[in-house]
Ligand binder design. Structure first.
Ligand code: ZN
Length: 238
């Protein structure tokens, strides 16, 4: 069985990581959508870092939920498997997905990278978390920024290539799109190309999305409730 899974913030929301959209996402009365841009970082890097440090703390304290665990179970039972997540947290990894079966297409919140040169480091529990100041690059002294893709920025090239390579090597039997409103055109494109030879397209999302009309099965429930029985069914059908 060849499987592609695409996930978004709805999957992490059930672990207590608020989505950007909606009132829950607000932080100090600020809209995160306006904080997570190159312009916001240029204007007020201190404020942007405060938001990301708080977000990192929240993620470290969160736990993978039943949706993360179900996806990891399916990954274990399937050789030909790729998870493409828009989530920058590490909950899929902690849920048990090996790195080679996962692409974090919007980056990794625990990476701190230089805003000018190529230097980056992994900051899972780094001292800089406790500092009030803005981290500076040890190679070129420019400001460091979180290693995530901000609105209107390019996707990481290497990760795009991994997705394209997986898609090029064959159509999938099953594509599952879970916890995402599928607002980005590349998510829609990958989901549809993933099942181009007529595989199943299962959508798990409480609301309708642009992919709904292409889905062969739609489950209007949160991912943590909907995914475990779907995965059981897929594993049983082999
Ligand atoms: Zn640098």
């Amino acid at each position: 069985m060849r499987v592609l899974i695409l996930t978004g913030s709805g999957v992490s929301a059930e672990s207590g990581i608020p989505t950007f959209r909606g009132k829950d996402g607000y932080w100090r009365n600020l809209d995160p959508i306006k904080l997570t841009t190159p312009e916001a970082f240029a204007r007020d890097p201190q404020l942007v870092w405060e938001w990301y440090r708080e977000r990192r703390r929240r993620i470290r304290n969160a736990r993978p939920n039943a949706a993360h665990q179900a996806i990891a179970r399916l990954a274990q039972c399937t050789n030909d498997f790729l998870l493409v997540t828009q989530n920058v947290d590490d909950l899929h990894a902690r849920g048990g997905i090996p790195a080679q079966k996962m692409v974090q297409i919007h980056g990794d919140i625990f990476v701190t990278r230089c805003s000018r040169c190529e230097f980056e480091r992994y900051d899972y529990k780094h001292d800089h978390e406790q500092e009030e100041s803005i981290p500076k690059c040890s190679q070129c002294t420019a400001l460091m920024r979180p290693g995530v893709v901000w609105f209107d920025e390019h996707l990481p090239w290497n990760e795009v290539v991994r997705v394209e390579t997986f898609l090029d090597s064959g159509s999938c039997d099953v594509v599952i799109v879970a916890g995402t409103t599928a607002t980005f055109s590349y998510i829609i494109d990958w989901a549809l190309r993933g099942r181009r030879d007529g595989g199943h397209l299962i959508e798990v999302n409480p609301e309708e999305t642009p992919l709904s009309r292409f889905a062969t099965r739609v489950v209007r429930e949160p991912a943590a409730i909907a995914l475990p029985p779907i995965v059981d069914e897929l594993i049983a059908s082999g």
